[in-house]
Design a protein around this ligand. Structure first.
Ligand code: NI
Length: 226
């Protein structure tokens, strides 16, 4: 089958699975990751077909929504690509990347060997930071019924994946536990350059968040009762 047709059919398949999802792992996330993957992939001279297919299928069954089971995504991806008669070596490349690319609290080895894996992982991580990253983080926190912020709960450093999965920290802590770490985990120079700018925006956002939380933006003489 023609590569463009495979891409188009895969977009439709993913939209049918993830359209309308409300925690930030929806079809629009996948489309942004797809576009960013193609952009980075072109600059980094990766195989754009592998990059595109992997980007489209990377969240088809995320472990976060399958009781931590990381096998479902690669399995569904293989079944889908088999049905389109995609070559086995391409299917193997795609499923290997999907199996290994998730962050999981930084507790597992998500290192990517192939340039295609590096590209898609960067694109996925870029969608977790910046303005959209902030929006997705609060949406996911709401889904998990996390507090927005609580000054009494400090950010954690997770040493194992089980602990990360069960964490009940606040959404603002998640910035320190994941989002602000991603800039230094970028694989490609292209990804890093975009991450630096988005990282700066998140730091500014947090500064403003604390100013509003602590009322330090107000004239303090007016918030005293006497
Ligand atoms: Ni994703």
């Amino acid at each position: 089958m023609d590569k463009n047709l495979i891409i188009d059919k895969t977009k439709e398949y993913v939209e049918s699975k993830l359209g309308g999802e409300g925690t930030g792992h929806d079809y629009w996330h996948v489309l942004r990751v797809y576009k960013m993957s193609i952009y980075i992939g072109k600059k980094e001279k990766a195989d754009l077909f592998v990059v595109g297919i992997t980007a489209l299928l990377h969240d088809i069954a995320d472990w976060k929504f399958n009781d931590g089971n990381s096998d479902i995504g690669p399995k569904l991806s293989k079944e889908w690509l088999d049905s389109l008669e995609v070559d086995d070596d391409i299917i193997n490349k795609v499923t290997k990347i999907i199996r290994t690319m998730s962050f999981k609290g930084g507790t597992t080895n998500a290192l990517q060997e192939s340039i295609e894996g590096k590209v898609v992982q960067d694109a996925d991580r870029l969608d977790a930071i910046g303005a959209i990253g902030i929006a997705r983080t609060f949406a996911y926190g709401g889904y998990k019924e996390r507090e927005l912020y609580n000054p009494d709960i400090r950010p954690q450093k997770y040493t194992d994946f089980e602990q990360y999965k069960k964490n009940i920290g606040t959404t603002v802590n998640h910035f320190y536990e994941k989002l602000l770490l991603l800039k230094d985990l970028m694989n490609t120079e292209t990804g890093k350059a975009i991450a630096v700018q988005r990282h700066k925006f998140m730091e500014e956002y947090l500064d403003q968040f604390y100013r509003e939380w602590d009322c330090t933006e107000l004239d303090s003489t007016f918030i005293e009762i006497e």
